[in-house]
Design a protein around this ligand. Structure first.
Ligand code: RB5
Length: 148
């Protein structure tokens, strides 16, 4: 599994923690930045990560800003991306099982580190359920095709 990750300044600290967890779990990643706690604009990183995931070079992506809201808004504008803003492990589980989310958005100013770690762990280890949920995803994909 290969993960694309990115953050703005407000998510930088949590992104650095996330890198340690991924290493601990033996999961490879590419860090698209930001590379310091200096002020940075979340759309720049959301677009980089979302495009990398949509192109198929990565299995999933994780984006972190202050609330996770900006990252999820931007990532969901990229065709093929289903970004889910999750604040607890249940949302993380459901976003994979029901929505086949391919990007996880997190709020670095909202979540404690232990909770964030649990959310990431659950999100990365939960499979899409398919079945009736697949039909719903197909409707999203069909709409994206109509927009193109
Ligand atoms: C940065 O101050 C903050 O606006 C950003 O990290 C994010 O929370 C936006 O949604």
């Amino acid at each position: 599994m290969k993960i694309a990750i990115g953050s703005d300044h407000a998510g930088y600290e949590l992104k650095e923690e996330l890198k340690k967890w991924l290493e601990e779990w033996g999961i490879s990643y590419h860090d698209f930045g930001t590379y310091s706690p200096e002020r940075a604009d979340y759309p720049d990183y959301a677009i980089l990560v979302a495009k990398a995931v949509a192109k198929g070079g990565f299995d999933k992506g994780i984006l972190i800003c202050g609330t996770g809201i900006g990252m999820s808004i931007v990532a969901n504008k990229v065709k093929g991306i289903r970004a889910a803003l999750c604040r607890d492990p249940y949302e993380a589980k459901m976003s994979r099982e029901h929505n086949d989310a391919n990007i996880l958005a997190l709020g670095g100013r909202i979540l404690g580190k232990d909770l964030a770690k649990e959310i990431v762990k659950v999100w990365l280890s939960t499979e899409f359920s398919g079945g009736r949920h697949k039909l719903r995803i197909q409707k999203i994909l069909k709409y994206e095709e109509e927009l193109a």
